[in-house]
Design a protein around this ligand. Structure first.
Ligand code: C5P
Length: 233
């Protein structure tokens, strides 16, 4: 089933004024927002707090990858900010993912905890360079299984892998897919890209979209175009 707020807008900006210029025009009941490394490093936790206060579901995308104790404490800090979702790198391993999950046990407003499998900017040649032979898909599937076994809520992957993943993971396991482009959009640094409707059809639950919206001359028109492309014909 398509989530009624499947679209997550990546707020990859340098300052809070640019964020608020866009979010002032956004309805928190129609989409979610993502705070990543750029905005968080420039502005800090107050950016998240402001967005939560405005009523947005915030995905804090800091892709934690460190020793289990450090990641557990970071995930706990993310939960204290009131975020809807946060994430780690699955390649940090099951001890790290278990520690992250345990850090959230007993919390009232528990954020969803997801794990990055293989970055959508990486193709086979990039993986080979860091010592992984073969297609991205095999690695994504292995990391998704590891993530599910560690009890996390889902993975971040390319929509190109979504239909294969849907065959091996629980239906409730969330697939969060960046690398989404409308036909005609610039690819930027992304390599494994899919259009929004095809991503949902392949089994993605959430679509992360940044530059197709933030770099558009009319970001709100771009969002409307994306949302209408997701409506059933
Ligand atoms: O601008 P674009 O739509 O490519 O933005 C994608 C967003 O998703 C960025 O904020 C990026 O950090 C994030 N992301 C990604 N690939 C992942 C996980 C997150 O591109 N595997």
């Amino acid at each position: 089933m398509v989530d009624n707020k499947a679209l997550i807008v990546a707020l990859d900006f340098d300052d809070i004024d640019s964020v608020l210029r866009l979010t002032d025009q956004l309805d928190p009941s129609l989409c979610r927002v993502k705070v990543g490394k750029q905005l968080f490093t420039r502005v800090g936790p107050s950016a998240v707090e402001q967005l939560v206060k405005l009523g947005f579901d915030v995905f804090l995308d800091l892709k934690f990858h460190d020793i289990p104790n450090t990641v557990a404490n970071a995930v706990s800090a993310a939960a204290d900010l009131g975020v809807w979702m946060t994430n780690v790198h699955a390649s940090g391993g099951s001890s790290m993912m278990n520690a992250a999950r345990e850090a959230l046990v007993g919390r009232q407003n528990k954020p969803l905890l997801t794990a990055v499998t293989v970055l959508t900017s990486m193709a086979e040649a990039d993986l080979a360079e860091v010592g992984f032979q073969g297609a991205a898909l095999a690695r994504v599937v292995a990391l998704a299984k590891l993530t599910e076994k560690a009890g996390l809520d889902g993975v971040v992957c390319s929509a190109q892998e979504a239909s294969e993943l849907r065959k091996v993971v629980d239906p409730a396991f969330a697939l969060v897919t960046p690398g989404i482009r409308l036909k005609g959009d610039a690819m930027g640094d992304q390599k494994r890209v899919v259009d929004p409707a095809a991503a949902i059809a392949a089994g993605a639950n959430y679509l992360v979209m940044g530059r197709s919206i933030t770099a558009a001359t009319d970001p709100i028109a771009a969002i409307k175009r994306i949302l209408s492309s997701l409506e059933p014909e």
